[in-house]
Design a protein around this ligand. Sequence first.
Ligand code: CMX
Ligand code: CO
Length: 135
Amino acid sequence: MFAYNLDHVAIAVEDLDKAIDEYRRLYGAEPLYREVVEEQGVEEAMVAVGGSFIQLLRALASETPVGKFIASRGEGMHHIALAVSDIDAALDHLKNEGARLVDEVPRIGGRGARIAFVHPKAFAGTLVELVESAQ
Ligand code: CMX
Ligand code: CO
């Protein structure tokens, strides 16, 4: 129905520099870019893996989604992100299916992509981000 691809898997970390160093030492990869996304309360580093990314996330403050997540659960997998060609159509579909959404309308995320989050209660306790890349 929708052309879903895996855009990224996100991992919440306490110290972004340390996480990048450890990731490099263990898995031998450099982040392609780093970016602060104020609206999401994060600094993110994107490491390319095949056609997808591992997104390492640092909270900019404790009262942010990632800050609260780390405070209650510690470091770990935070969300998966699915690439979609038409995020408005994907959101309409999810609304029709009665899925609980965090974002009813898309926001602007890293690299100017249009993004929207689906609540973890919608599917298997897994936070899902939809990403429509800018280009
Ligand atoms: N994955 C799975 N479950 C999660 C979760 C996550 N990342 N974050 C919170 N939860 C669960 C909690 O465990 C809790 O479950 P129980 O009710 O069973 O205990 C429930 O959701 C509510 O937890 P909370 O700490 O009260 O969290 P909030 O309701 O305040 O926020 C959420 C949860 C998903 C709405 C919030 O994290 C959010 O809005 N996320 C979207 C934005 C975001 O994550 N931005 C950062 C990434 C940006 C990017 O990728 O660019
Ligand atoms: Co993400």
